[in-house]
Design a binder for this molecule. Structure first.
Ligand SMILES: O=C(O)C(=O)C[C@H](O)C(=O)CO
Ligand SMILES: [Zn+2]
Length: 266
């Protein structure tokens, strides 16, 4: 498992493109037959990817007997039909469906293409599957803002219960390119965006950094961006796309965010 340090906002000022990418962009998430994991010290989130058939390992860095001994896990199916087996119970997942796996599950294995996010957990919540129909859809944006999109909340205060993980999927309408504009920061949480369902040749221009000192990352399909508490997170695609947003930290209130007016961005 790759491990990344936390970053203070003033460190970003002197980072060049490669340094920014190495610290905040998670590029290589999928290799057939593997679960690939990246640990960030920003709120101790772990993000990962699975392609094909593989079991969830327990990397040394966790110093635990099994991965979910003190953690919880969100799994999003970003491919065709797939399955996740948790301690012998098989959960079939269609595209864009989500499985929450609670603390204490000892054996987790995958068959399909999945994006994973894990946060530390203090107690055990039941393992639950959710479809897009179970998620709470919120339509946002407008055609003339090029940001018509639907936010599906899966793991949140009024949805699947968790210790600290909050997770959802946002789907852009055809012809809409902008996500999360006007943007925001989260003083009390870290957020990770994972972009998918974007054609291979297209890219997302993701804006990060303090609102008054933004930087950009050019993101390929199926890559993730780590947003510390001080960083805006928003972007536009060269074509329509979907993304998974996931947070961990002090609370689980979706709307606990510091809005940034478009005119304040620098
Ligand atoms: O399109 C959006 O706007 C989002 O999906 C915003 C995310 O849900 C988010 O950043 C939550 O904190
Ligand atoms: Zn956010």
């Amino acid at each position: 498992m790759e491990s990344r340090p936390a970053t203070a906002p003033d460190q970003v000022t002197s980072m060049d493109t490669e340094q920014l990418r190495r610290r905040f962009l998670v590029e290589d998430l999928f290799r057939t037959g593997e679960v690939r994991l990246t640990y960030t010290h920003e709120d101790r989130l772990v993000v990962g990817g699975v392609a094909g058939t593989a079991g969830l390992p327990c990397p040394d860095q966790l110093r635990s007997e099994y991965f979910l001994e003190r953690r919880e896990l969100g799994v999003v199916n970003i491919g065709g039909p797939g399955a996740v087996t948790v301690d012998g119970a098989r959960h079939d997942l269609a595209s864009r469906e989500v499985l929450y796996v609670g603390r204490g599950a000892r054996q987790v294995s995958f068959d399909g293409r999945f994006y994973l996010v894990s946060t530390p957990a203090h107690t055990s919540h039941p393992t639950v599957k959710a479809t897009l129909d179970d998620a709470e859809p919120v339509r946002l944006g407008s055609a003339d803002g090029s940001n018509e999109r639907t936010i599906y909340k899966f793991i949140h205060l009024k949805g699947i219960q968790s210790c600290q993980l909050v997770l959802g999927v946002t789907v852009l309408e055809p012809g809409s390119m902008w996500n999360t504009m006007p943007c925001h920061t989260h003083e009390r949480r870290t957020e990770v965006y994972f972009y998918f369902d974007l054609p291979e040749a297209d890219r997302i221009v993701h804006l990060m950094g303090r609102p008054d000192a933004t930087r950009n990352l050019i993101v390929a399909p199926e890559q993730a961006v780590i947003s510390p508490y001080w960083s805006v997170h928003c972007g536009f695609g060269t074509r329509s796309y979907a993304f998974v947003w996931a947070m961990g930290g002090e609370n689980q209130a979706y709307d606990d965010m510091e809005p940034v007016a478009i005119g304040e961005l620098r």
